[in-house]
Design a protein around this ligand. Structure first.
Ligand code: DI6
Ligand code: FE
Length: 415
């Protein structure tokens, strides 16, 4: 038996799912996708209290137990989008047109467009507008089976507006069924009022901003955009050191457009993840492998920017670095609000297997957020469960736009 703490008392459970095929994504099971066929799963108080082959279900009172037959279809962990910039205002559709006429992302940023234009719109937006727009985006994700979403700040770029974004993200967590984790990304871009004074801006991020973020309990992690168009290695290091002082875990937008060695740096700080990583080299991979930093692939941004440099998938596999996949949902480089599309893209663009793609939005996405209570269906885990009308879990990566979600439970509650 794999699950030694299996609860064999099925009295007073909230729900028993039977006749299911379960892709547990539990790496301790030695089947692909951690599959258990002809399985059952019991939920109590928002947790999984039993799962296994139905033939070994302990006796239970069939009249008193709320039971649902999955009819031979599939259960997976609820999907996790571990990297989004989902709270923002405005649109960058015109910039998209410009880029298609040959202007590069870096050129647009240098002309004061790009992130700066979203910052302008976001600063002008009130909390209510930001909340309503973000709620719509979360609803879109919920409909495709997403149960946990990470949301970064980074379009405020001053203390008041960074706090505003994180407060809206926290409020979404209170009012939306999706569980929200927040990340402080004050070091996303240099605001125009700090032009030529990047180190002073980093002082603001490390001191005033971070102190207020911590005082308000507004962030679960800290992120930096370490890039030519973002912040240098040294500046990134200062932000990580400040985060460490406050015991906040760090992550990094690393090696997206060039190799700044941000991945090795985030690993040095025992960071949760290095994200994008198209330009990651072997030393960076090795550094991540040593401490278990997760590689977060963002195929939406790769596709939308029409990048050609592939992330080093073979090296990541060789060094057994856990790979997660996320939407990077944002108005500039990935206005693509779909985790299932990312799964398909991770397979077609980066040659991941459908099993790796599903692990990328479940078990490894949970790791990228430092969460060990979800992403895998096992006894003791949160009952965040998606029920799909599919004939095999590879179908979740194979197909896009055909919604096969039948039911979605978050903390055991049907949505
Ligand atoms: N890398 C990205 O792809 C996004 N942020 C980042 O650091 C882009 C954000 C934007 O263009 O608005
Ligand atoms: Fe991003």
């Amino acid at each position: 038996m794999q699950n030694t703490q299996q609860n064999n008392n099925l009295e007073n459970i909230d729900l028993l799912l039977i006749d299911a095929n379960i892709a547990t994504m539990d790496p301790t099971r030695d089947t692909p996708y951690g599959i258990i066929e002809n399985a059952a799963l019991a939920i109590k108080n928002g947790e999984i209290v039993w799962l296994g082959e139905q033939a070994s279900l302990p006796p239970f009172d069939a009249f008193a137990t709320p039971t649902l037959s999955i009819k031979g279809q599939w259960l997976t962990p609820g999907l996790i989008d571990c990297h989004t910039h989902l709270v923002f205002a405005g649109s960058r559709a015109q910039e998209f047109e410009q880029r298609l006429q040959g202007v590069s992302y870096e050129q647009i940023a240098a002309q004061g467009g790009g992130i700066a234009s979203t910052v302008k719109a976001t600063r002008a937006a009130d909390r209510e507008q930001l909340f309503v727009d973000a709620k719509d985006r979360l609803n879109t994700l919920l409909k495709e089976g997403v149960t946990t979403v990470e949301i970064k700040s980074g379009y405020g770029l001053d203390t008041e507006n960074e706090i505003k974004l994180l407060e809206v993200a926290r409020l979404l967590g209170e009012h939306h069924p999706i569980d929200i984790k927040t990340t402080f990304l004050g070091a996303h871009a240099l605001p125009k009022e700090y032009k030529g004074r990047a180190d002073e801006y980093i002082d603001l991020v490390c001191n005033e901003m971070l102190e207020q973020v911590v005082a308000g309990g507004l962030a679960d992690a800290v992120d930096v955009f370490c890039e030519n168009v973002g912040f240098s290695y040294e500046q990134t290091k200062r932000v990580f050191a400040a985060a460490a002082k406050h015991n906040l875990p760090v992550k990094c937008h690393a090696e997206q457009l060039s190799n700044q060695h941000g991945a090795a740096l985030v690993a040095e700080f025992n960071g949760l993840s290095a994200d994008h990583i198209e330009y990651l080299d072997e030393q960076g991979v090795e550094a991540m492998a040593k401490v278990g930093t997760v590689a977060v692939l963002l195929p939406g941004a790769f596709y939308f920017l029409r990048e050609t440099k592939q992330p080093p998938i073979e090296l990541l596999n060789q060094y057994k670095v856990p790979i997660a996949i996320a939407s990077d949902f944002n108005p500039g480089t990935s206005p693509l609000c779909s985790v299932q599309l990312m799964m398909n893209m991770a397979c077609t663009l980066f040659r991941l297997t459908p099993e790796q793609a599903l692990a990328g939005v479940t078990s490894n996405a949970a790791k990228a957020l430092g969460l060990n209570d979800r992403g895998v269906l096992k006894v003791g885990a949160r009952a965040d469960i998606a029920h799909w009308q599919i004939s095999h879990p590879s179908q979740l990566s194979y197909q896009f736009g055909v919604n096969k979600l039948s039911n979605l439970w978050i903390l055991g509650k049907l949505n």
